[in-house]
Design a protein around this ligand. Structure first.
Ligand SMILES: Cc1cc2nc3c(=O)[nH]c(=O)nc-3n(C[C@H](O)[C@H](O)[C@H](O)COP(=O)(O)O)c2cc1C
Length: 499
């Protein structure tokens, strides 16, 4: 084809008026060729056609973005039109429409373009001698992927797939959440979801200095300051409900720690008075197990009253529920020990109790199939945690949060199965995966669909604006481990944000 003229116009304001969705999510800018913005002087028919097409297509795209609640982040659509003549002497118009949407993956962008094309009045005119092609351009410097796209968790809309996972920071003297904590969490409200630091459900559930609780009214009111601050900053926050079991120490409450069986954690416990051997726990009686379940229920109620968006049951990292799940810490001979079904019983009962206090889709559970932390060991973690995931699948949960890591024995190729890959096919709702992710591996994991949301622990400690930094691939602040556990503002609320 012999090309006679070409014209390029970016949809938007100017001659055809602004193209903006009602909620402002799509705001297309016009970069008009000379003479096109005002009185139309100096234009040729291709320029006029390109402008009309781009504006019309842009308004169709704005409509689609609004209907589908897509945040295009001020996207742009460029129309290139060329007039050519075929060897047979026929005139043909080639129209190429290219979208660029900072907040959408290329797949989502293409879907928007196709829907806009179908809804654009000009699409009827493209059947004869007009050829239309569509494409999506990835904005420079910011590879756009699903990691930055919204996600629906239960009935909650999350603005991106980045999760700030639970991070104990030991800054709650008196065991009550406070204003400094509110500031810290609010600084990180650009995460799609925040999960609070482990929050003990009873005195005996505490295992470390100055960790906040959620079993008294004062603690509920302390957390209210935090949830209000996070919500005012546009964030979402779940409370992590925690009982450390045998990882506790009498230093904190003057009582012997409790667990499924009288087996101590191997190694030494940290107390403010130095490292001391873990105490041998007292095995909980059947009656006391019922009380623990009620404590989880009570904490779930207080968390709801404190304004959290949901709760996460901490069944990971070698704490009480994980201790019941695993053969290394549970040698009971009653209905809470022995078979997998029996070892899962406490998890089942706690989940039942907590789910009963919240609307559907507001409760998550955290598991760590790979184990290792706090002496967590199991004869057959693949069997135990596959059964746990299947059990949890039967509850109306929001999500399952996995601590990522290799599970079980090596396969014939020498590799061990990853916790997230193992559990994904067994659980049909949202999967959060946390542990060792960086920007690239998180993008790849979400693109592959192995997890829906990715947690970043140490990165969120050091980078309050982590989503913005990852979005533009900006440099990251280094975390300072010496200020992780305890202290004040230093290493807590003073990490800088991007200018
Ligand atoms: C300082 C610190 C405190 C943590 N506290 C908790 C906690 O309270 N509850 C929990 O389930 N995990 C806790 N974790 C584990 C994190 O949630 C996360 O799984 C871990 O940091 C691995 O993720 P990362 O590689 O992105 O840092 C903690 C980790 C760190 C570094």
């Amino acid at each position: 084809m012999n090309v006679l003229y070409t014209a390029v116009v970016t949809a938007g304001s100017g001659r055809n008026g602004p193209v903006r969705s009602d909620d402002g999510k799509l705001d297309l800018q016009l970069a008009a060729p000379a003479g096109l913005g005002g009185n139309g002087e100096g234009t040729n028919p291709e320029q006029l056609f390109a402008a009309a097409y781009a504006a019309c297509f842009g308004s169709a795209a704005a409509g689609v973005a609004r209907r589908e609640n897509l945040d295009t982040g001020g996207g742009a659509i460029t129309a290139s039109v060329s007039l050519g003549r075929t060897e047979a002497g026929e005139y043909r118009l080639a129209v190429h429409l290219e979208g660029s949407f900072p907040h959408l993956s290329s797949g989502e962008g293409m879907r928007l373009m196709q829907a806009a094309h179908a809804g654009c009045p000009y699409s009827n005119a493209t059947r004869g001698n007009v050829d239309v092609t569509l494409s999506v351009k990835q904005p420079e410097g910011a590879e756009q992927t699903g990691l930055f796209s919204p996600w629906t968790l239960g009935d909650l809309e999350l603005k991106n797939r980045l999760v700030m996972p639970p991070l104990t920071r030991n800054r709650a003297p008196g065991l009550v959440a406070n204003r400094l904590m509110a500031e810290y969490y609010a600084q990180r409200a650009s995460a799609g979801l925040i999960i609070s630091e482990g929050t003990q459900i009873s005195e005996l559930g505490q295992g470390y200095q100055d960790t906040p609780g959620i079993y008294t009214e004062a603690q509920r009111d302390g957390w209210r300051i935090v949830t209000d601050a996070v919500h005012a900053a546009g964030g979402r926050i779940f409370a992590q409900l925690w009982h450390v079991g045998r990882v506790s120490h009498s230093y904190y409450h003057g009582q012997t720690p409790v667990g499924p069986s009288a087996i101590p954690v191997p190694g030494m416990a940290y107390t403010p008075e130095g490292m001391v051997p873990y105490e041998t726990p007292r095995a909980l009686s059947l009656e006391e197990i019922g009380e623990v379940v009620e404590q989880f229920r009570h904490a779930a109620v207080l968390a709801r009253d404190a304004g959290f968006d949901g709760v996460e049951v901490h069944a990971a990292n070698g704490y009480l529920i994980d201790q019941f799940l695993r053969t290394g810490s549970n040698v009971r001979t009653d209905r809470y020990g022995g078979s997998v079904e029996n070892r899962l019983r406490l998890l089942r009962e706690v989940t039942e109790a907590v789910v009963a206090e919240w609307p559907e889709g507001r409760v998550g559970v955290r598991l760590s199939p790979a184990g290792g932390v706090n002496g967590a060991s199991d004869d057959d973690p693949v069997a135990t945690f596959s059964a746990a995931a299947q059990l949890l699948n039967s509850f109306p949960l929001a999500c399952l949060h996995l601590v990522e890591g290799p599970v079980g024995p090596a396969r014939s190729d020498g590799a061990r199965v990853s916790a997230t890959e193992m559990i994904r096919p067994l659980f049909r709702r949202t999967i959060i995966s946390t542990g060792g992710y960086n920007r690239q591996s998180a993008i790849a994991t979400v693109e592959k669909g192995t997890a829906d949301l990715i947690g970043f622990g140490r990165f969120f400690i050091a980078n309050p604006d982590l989503p913005a930094r990852f979005r533009s691939d900006a440099p990251l602040n280094e975390p300072h481990p010496e200020t992780f556990y305890g202290g004040g503002e230093k290493g807590y609320t003073d990490y800088p944000t991007l200018p």
